[in-house]
Design a protein around this ligand. Structure first.
Ligand code: 13P
Length: 253
């Protein structure tokens, strides 16, 4: 059976001390009251090694928010997948719409990152999702299909088992506008169907597909109750322990 997951994406928030305080608090709360799902926190690079030593990895997984599209060498300012792995992190987010939009990450670049992440033993949270204009033109299915085809559908089924998909409609990220649970379920079911077309039903049934975009404790139970929604990728609401815990607890309802 596929995993239920609640993952936090801290984005460019929290200095080192603030991040350590948040991870420490979250670790205390979740070791005392064990979640019914996998919990992952994805932090800026600078937090990874320190946070890795703070958390109980059997309760909280750790991930980066990005990695380089090159293996090693003269790429000033970049952080490789191998470096991420060496911190104790198990995951990396790739393909977030903010990186596609602001840092011009193309499907071809993301494909390089995907291959390097897997070669270095990282699991991938791969983000896909349409803009408002694309949704209004009813192009969301084509968009998510081409994002998967461009960067992850070259993988073998065995490799693909290390990929979690996060559907994040760009118009719902940080806007307070959530996709309705029916809208989200419709496209999640579509995403699962194209994974099934590519890898077969068993692989598709084992693939976790997360929803992201203004997910919070108040709407998480309704979203997570849907057949094809296996959890959430959480931005703003992952920055405070009670907010994040409220979403994690949606799996207990
Ligand atoms: P918000 O939860 O802040 O809308 O962000 C979602 C997101 O982009 C997670 O990757």
């Amino acid at each position: 059976m596929r995993k239920k997951i609640v993952a936090g994406n801290w984005k460019m928030n929290k200095n080192l001390q603030e991040g350590v305080a948040l991870a420490t608090e979250l670790n205390e709360v979740l070791t005392a009251d064990k979640p019914n799902c996998d919990v992952i926190i994805c932090t800026p690079f600078i937090h990874l090694a320190t946070v890795s030593n703070i958390i109980d990895h059997t309760v909280i997984g750790l991930g980066a928010e990005n990695c380089a599209d090159k293996e090693k060498g003269a790429f000033t300012g970049e952080v490789s997948a191998e470096m991420v792995k060496s911190t104790g992190a198990e995951y990396v987010i790739l393909g977030h719409s903010e990186r596609r939009e602001y840092y011009n990450e193309t499907p071809a670049i993301l494909k390089e990152k995907v291959d390097l992440a897997l070669a270095n033993g990282l699991k991938i949270i791969f983000c896909i999702g349409e803009s408002l204009a694309q949704r209004e033109a009813n192009q969301q299915n084509e968009v998510v299909k081409s994002e998967l085809e461009g960067s992850v559908f070259h993988l073998t089924a065995e490799q693909f088992a290390n990929v979690v998909i996060a559907y994040e409609p760009i118009w719902a990220i940080g806007t307070g506008k959530t996709a309705t649970s029916d809208q989200a379920e419709e496209i999640h079911a579509y995403i699962r169907s194209i994974v099934a077309d590519k890898y077969g039903k068993e692989v598709a049934d084992n693939t976790s597909i997360l929803y992201g975009g203004s997910c919070k404790a108040s709407n998480a139970p309704e979203l997570f109750a849907k057949e094809d929604i296996d959890g959430g990728l959480i931005g703003g609401a992952s920055l405070k322990t009670p907010d994040f815990k409220g979403i994690i607890d949606a799996w207990k309802k």
